[in-house]
Design a protein around this ligand. Structure first.
Ligand code: TXA
Ligand code: MG
Length: 327
């Protein structure tokens, strides 16, 4: 059994040196990225990585992403680097893309859940980039939320949920993308998207040509692909609001839409992701919107899919996974 330290409340600040001290001492720090906040620790130290799993209450078989600050780190962690990986890294790093490689021995098995592959990402956030460049090791960092719950997009979200389990949260402001990275594997014959995210499918197809997209309802290769994930505490139903409303008439519900307003519903129970229907803004606001609905005195969340293009595909993916099925 791991002794887990209890903290009164994580401090929120912008002190990169303090973050480095904690990390060098084998502790965990929450780090801002352009996608969501991460829960970071030394990726090369199995005891530190074990702490990450324990704080997140994450099953040990669900592998973590390793975050790097320099492309030179790829060669230290990865066996073969396919040419397509260089193309992707050149075009999208630093940025919201995670690439799966075959791993080198130096990567502890606990990071990869025993898989022979490792997921790498170079995040795009000035504070975290500075920190990563100072560290002598890369950071393993899952999203800084309890396993299965909505990812945090502000330092305050992290403090609310993991504040008593970590000492420090580096504050980088609200996340600019707001939705997790796209995960791509080059291990298969055709490049395969494991998770839709901050880089759209169109952008990847534009660079590499055709890709396959793994269906998260199929047998999950990794638990992050499980059907139910990224979920608020309240039951969320997904569909055209007009069709859902009659079914929930007598129940307290809140409504989540891209930009539509419903005059028959009190405005305090309606959350819009973007008043102008902008999908980039909608992605930025998605997880905060789900948290807001979770805190309302309602029983159900009724959510409407957004147009299934560009970032809208990743938004719909998260809504589908947050949703319960009718049957
Ligand atoms: O945007 C992001 O990717 C954020 C920020 C903090 O970087 N991180 C993030 O981490 O979303 P996490 O742990 O919440 O999700 C990582 C996903 C999981 O679904 C995991 O199963 C998958 O990546 N993954 C990690 N390594 C893998 C591997 N070797 N093969 C397949 N899937 C892998
Ligand atoms: Mg996560």
């Amino acid at each position: 059994m791991l002794a887990q330290q209890i903290y009164i409340m994580a401090e929120i600040g912008v002190d990169i040196e303090k973050a480095q001290q904690i990390l060098d001492g084998g502790g965990l720090v929450s780090i801002p990225t352009e996608t969501v906040y991460g829960l970071g620790g030394n990726a090369l130290d199995p005891a530190v990585v074990a702490q990450i799993f324990s704080v997140k209450r994450r099953p040990f078989f669900d592998p973590l992403i390793i975050h790097i600050g320099n492309t030179s780190q790829i060669k230290e962690l990865v066996g073969t680097i396919p040419p397509a990986a260089w193309m992707l890294a050149e075009k999208f790093w630093p940025g919201p893309l995670t690439i799966i490689f075959s791993k080198k021995e130096i990567v502890p098995d606990i990071v990869t859940g025993g898989l022979p592959t490792v997921a790498l990402r170079m995040p795009n956030h000035p504070i975290t980039t500075t920190l990563l460049k100072k560290l002598a090791y890369p950071l393993a960092a899952p999203s800084a939320n309890p396993f299965g719950y909505v990812s945090p997009t502000t330092a305050q979200h992290v403090q609310e949920q993991l504040g008593d389990a970590i000492p420090y949260i580096l504050d980088g402001g609200p996340c600019k993308i707001g939705i997790e990275s796209t995960i791509i594997s080059l291990q298969e014959k055709t490049p395969t998207i494991y998770r839709k995210g901050g880089i759209s499918l169109q952008e990847i197809v534009g660079l590499l040509g055709p890709v396959s997209v793994l269906d998260h309802h199929a047998t999950p290769l990794a638990p992050g692909m499980m059907g139910s994930h990224y979920a608020p505490g309240k039951k969320l139903y997904l569909g055209p609001i007009e069709e859902l409303l009659p079914k929930f008439k007598d129940n307290p519900y809140g409504v989540l839409t891209l930009d539509k307003k419903y005059p028959e519903i009190p405005p305090q129970f309606q959350v819009r992701l973007s008043s102008t229907g902008d999908l980039k803004e909608a992605a930025q606001n998605l997880f905060a919107a789900l948290r807001k609905l979770d805190a309302m005195p309602i029983t159900y969340i009724l959510a409407e899919p957004v147009p299934d293009v560009g970032l809208g595909q990743a938004i719909n993916d998260r809504l589908q996974r947050a949703a319960v099925n009718f049957n």
